[in-house]
Ligand binder design. Structure first.
Ligand SMILES: Cc1cc2nc3c(=O)[nH]c(=O)nc-3n(C[C@H](O)[C@H](O)[C@H](O)COP(=O)(O)O)c2cc1C
Ligand SMILES: O=C(O)C(=O)c1ccccc1
Length: 422
C-alpha cells in the first residue's frame, strides 16, 4: 500500500494526456486534431466537401434544438469541493454486467463514409484501442460483421432502426448477437426523417446514392427483396449529377456484389421500408422475444415514456433528441435528464446530444446519467485523421473528464452527485 505523501499517485489519463501534448509541443508537434470543440468542427468543415459536412453537422429546421443542446450544458454550473485528496480517479462505469473504462460510449452515427473512406472500421479500431464501446449504426457504411472482426474482443453495442420489413429487422438483431453486441439500442426518434434545411438546400440524401446501407446490402433478407421495382433509371441524356449518382450506386454495388439495377432497387426498398412510423409500445414485446440482450430505448425525453419503458421491461434509456436533427424547437436533452432519471427508477439512463467536453460528461453524471454518448465530435476527428483522429478526440474528452473530477474533489465517476452542481 502506498504511504500518503510518500509515493506519487498514478497520473491518470488526464495528466498523462496533458503531459504528452506539452512534451510533444517542445519538439514542435501539435495535436492531430484541435482540442477545442468549435475549432474541431471548423477544421472538419474545411476538410470535407459541402454535402458531407452539411449531413454531419446539420440539424432540423432553424437548428434551435441543436443550440438548445449546447445551451443546456452551458447553463449547468459545477461547484468544486477542496482538500478531498482526489489524486487519482476511478472513471469506470458498469452497465448491464460489463465494466467499461470510462462513462463514454461512441454514439451510433450513420454514413460515416462521408467523413472518411475507412468509416466504421476506423472508428471500431479506435474504440477497441481505448476499450470504449462503439454502438454500431443500422445506417453504417461498413457491415457490422467486418467492424466486429476489426475490433477483436472489444465492446460493441448495436443500434436498431425498426423497419416495416420485419424479417430484416429481426435479422439485424440476430446478426448483432452473433457479432457479440452487448446491448440493442432501439432508436425511437427517427420514425420520420426530420426537416433538415442544409441537406434540402443541396438536395442531398446519402442513402439514395447507396451510402450508409451496408447493414442492408449485406443482409440476406434485404437482398432477397431486390427484384422489386427499382428507382426510375436515368433519362437518355443523364446530367453530370445523375452520372455521379450512378457511379456512386455502382461503386457500392461492386463492393457488396450487386448490380446497378439491384442498387437502384435497394435504394428504393430501403426508402420504403427503413422506418415504421406506426410503431407502438406493444410492439416492443416482439423485440423482447427475439433477444435476451439488454434493450436500451434511445430518444426518450418525457418522464412518462421513461415510466412506460420500465413497465414494458426495458433495460435502459438514452435521453436524446438525435443531436437536434429531428424536431426544431425540441427541449435540450440535458434539461429533461433529471426528470427522466427520476421516472426511470433503477434503469440506467444515458444521455447524448450536445456532449462536447469532459466537463459536459461531469455535468451529465452529476445530473444522474450513468454514461454519455459522444456523437459529432468523433466524426470530425474521423474526418481529420481517420482512426487516430477518433482516438484523439475520445482521449481528449476522457482526459478533461478525469481532470474535472480531480479538480471537483471527486474520487470516482460514480460519486458525482447533484451536490456538485450550483
Ligand atoms: C451524421 C449523424 C448520423 C446519425 N446517425 C444515427 C443513426 O444511424 N442512428 C441513431 O440512433 N442515431 C444517429 N444519430 C444521432 C446520434 O446517435 C446522437 O444521438 C447525436 O449525434 C447526438 O448529438 P451530438 O452529436 O450533437 O452530440 C446520428 C447523428 C449524426 C450527427
Ligand atoms: O441521419 C440521421 O440522423 C439518421 O439517423 C437517419 C437514419 C435513417 C434515415 C435517415 C436519417
Amino acid at each position: 500500500m502506498s504511504q500518503p505523501g510518500s509515493t506519487a499517485p498514478a497520473p491518470g489519463p488526464g495528466r498523462s494526456r496533458q503531459t504528452q501534448i506539452f512534451v510533444d509541443g517542445l519538439g514542435g508537434a501539435r495535436p492531430l486534431v484541435p482540442v477545442a470543440p468549435e475549432r474541431l468542427q471548423e477544421a472538419a468543415r474545411r476538410k470535407l466537401d459541402a454535402p458531407a459536412f452539411a449531413y454531419l453537422a446539420g440539424g432540423a429546421g432553424a437548428e434551435r434544438t441543436m443550440r438548445a443542446n449546447l445551451d443546456a450544458f452551458a447553463a449547468v454550473k459545477l461547484v468544486p469541493r477542496r482538500l478531498c485528496g482526489s489524486a487519482s480517479r476511478d472513471l469506470s462505469v458498469e452497465l448491464f454486467g460489463h465494466t467499461y473504462p470510462a462513462p463514454v460510449l461512441l454514439a451510433p452515427l450513420g454514413v460515416l463514409e462521408l467523413a472518411h473512406a475507412e468509416a466504421d472500421l476506423a472508428v471500431g479500431r479506435a474504440a477497441a484501442a481505448l476499450g470504449v464501446p462503439f454502438i454500431f449504426s443500422s445506417q453504417a457504411s461498413e457491415p457490422m460483421e467486418e467492424v466486429a472482426a476489426a475490433m477483436g474482443d472489444a465492446p460493441r453495442w448495436f443500434q436498431l432502426y425498426w423497419g416495416t420489413d420485419e424479417e430484416v429487422t429481426r435479422s439485424f438483431v440476430r446478426r448483432a448477437e452473433q457479432c457479440g453486441a452487448q446491448a440493442i439500442v432501439l432508436t425511437l426518434d427517427t420514425t420520420l426523417l426530420g426537416w433538415r434545411p442544409r441537406d434540402l438546400d443541396l438536395g442531398h440524401l446519402p442513402f439514395l446514392r447507396g451510402q450508409g446501407l451496408a447493414q442492408y446490402l449485406t443482409d440476406e433478407y434485404f437482398r432477397s427483396r431486390l427484384a422489386g421495382a427499382p428507382l426510375p433509371a436515368t433519362s437518355p441524356r443523364p446530367s453530370p449529377a445523375l452520372l455521379r449518382t450512378a457511379a456512386s450506386l455502382g461503386a457500392h454495388g461492386r463492393k457488396f456484389g450487386l448490380s446497378l439495377s439491384q442498387m437502384r432497387a435497394a435504394a428504393a426498398h430501403f426508402t420504403a421500408s427503413y422506418t415504421r412510423p406506426d410503431l407502438q409500445w406493444d410492439d416492443l414485446s416482439r423485440l423482447r422475444g427475439w433477444t435476451d440482450l439488454p434493450i436500451v430505448l434511445k430518444g426518450i425525453l418525457h418522464p412518462d415514456d421513461a415510466r412506460e419503458a420500465v413497465r414494458r421491461g426495458m433495460d435502459g434509456l438514452i435521453v436524446s433528441n438525435h443531436g437536434g436533427r429531428q424536431i426544431d424547437g425540441e427541449v435540450g436533452s440535458l434539461t429533461v435528464l433529471p426528470r427522466v432519471v427520476e421516472a426511470a427508477g433503477e434503469l440506467p439512463v444515458l444521455i447524448d446530444s450536445g456532449v462536447r467536453t469532459g466537463s459536459d460528461v461531469a455535468k451529465a453524471l452529476a445530473m444522474g446519467a450513468r454514461a454519455v454518448l459522444l456523437g459529432r465530435p468523433y466524426a470530425y476527428g474521423l474526418a481529420l485523421a481517420g482512426e487516430a483522429g477518433v482516438a484523439e478526440v475520445v482521449r481528449n474528452v476522457v482526459a478533461e473528464f478525469d481532470l474535472t473530477l480531480g479538480l471537483l474533489g471527486v474520487h470516482a465517476a460514480r460519486d458525482l452527485r447533484p451536490e456538485h452542481l450550483a
